[in-house]
Write a protein that binds this ligand. Structure first.
Ligand SMILES: [Zn+2]
Length: 270
């Protein structure tokens, strides 16, 4: 196995009505034990993953932008997913990289799980002539067909004009680091599989699976899903890979799980 070090980076914590993330008892679709519960407003953290690999530095996703309030206002999402962090403080991608004494210019490969506003928002800061920026071919095609300011959670200005390198299928980026095609949330949402030499396989699901409660079993769907059947097939695909490899899954927006992650700069995975 390749020698590598993995850092989880804080890239902004949104807050939201958790109905967006999980249509299930105790959240929105009530069972009889929860019929009188109020709507649950909670944390919706984002993260990026930095892998220091013998073949270069690989970054997975970019989190939310500091100018989220202005950038998201035309979509209305600024009121549904406000970011908790002060916009001039730590907790965003640039400050998390800086804590590791890195800038976007130090990144060899940026992989975007998909092009939604809370994952691809900072991609343009990597437009430096050296960082390869990778996304799924179906995601690029779908996102580039959008006209106007935005459609759903895709904001055109986040990715317009970027030199995106298309991948499709399950693809090894460097030895021990692969993307897994997990469409459904969007046309070309991908997950990231990292086979760590000491701690074993980790799969970062991004929005292919928002929460541990989405994963189940049974898998439970959510709002903002482009194709529910493909989404379900992708969850079961991840489950098969996890069963085979013994992988630990790190979900896209799980606040409870996030509390137990080892974040940079203090913690890392080997
Ligand atoms: Zn998304």
């Amino acid at each position: 196995m390749a020698d590598m070090k993995l850092h989880v980076l804080s890239t902004g914590v949104m807050e939201t009505d958790l109905t967006w993330l999980l249509l299930k008892g105790g959240r929105t679709i009530r069972d009889r034990h929860h019929k009188d519960d109020p709507v649950v407003w909670g944390k919706c953290p984002t993260h990026a993953v930095l892998i220091e690999h013998p073949e270069g530095r690989i970054l997975w996703d970019t989190g939310v932008p500091r100018d989220w309030e202005q950038r998201w206002a035309p979509t209305g999402f600024h009121d549904f997913f406000p970011v908790s962090e002060p916009t001039d403080g730590p907790g965003y991608l640039d400050s998390s990289l800086a804590e590791l004494e890195l800038t976007p210019d130090d990144i060899d490969v940026l992989i975007l799980s998909h092009l939604h506003f809370d994952h691809a928002a900072n991609a343009k800061t990597f437009q430096n002539g050296r960082t390869r920026i990778i996304a799924n071919s179906a995601e690029i095609e779908g996102a580039r067909a959008i006209t106007g300011y935005s459609a759903g959670a895709h904001i055109v200005s986040d990715y317009a004009g970027l030199d995106l390198e298309a991948v499709s299928g399950d693809t090894e980026i460097v030895p021990g680091v692969s993307v897994i095609e997990t469409p459904g949330h969007t046309w070309g949402t991908m997950s990231l599989q990292v086979d760590l030499p000491q701690e074993g396989t980790k799969i970062f699901t991004s929005d292919a699976v928002y929460l541990a409660d989405s994963y189940g079993p049974p898998a439970v769907g959510a709002a903002i899903v482009w194709d529910n059947l493909r989404w379900l097939e992708s969850v079961e695909k991840l489950r098969r890979i996890a069963d085979r490899t013994g992988a630990e899954l790190v979900f896209g927006h799980d606040a409870d799980q996030a509390e137990g992650l080892r974040y940079a700069p203090d913690g890392h995975y080997l």
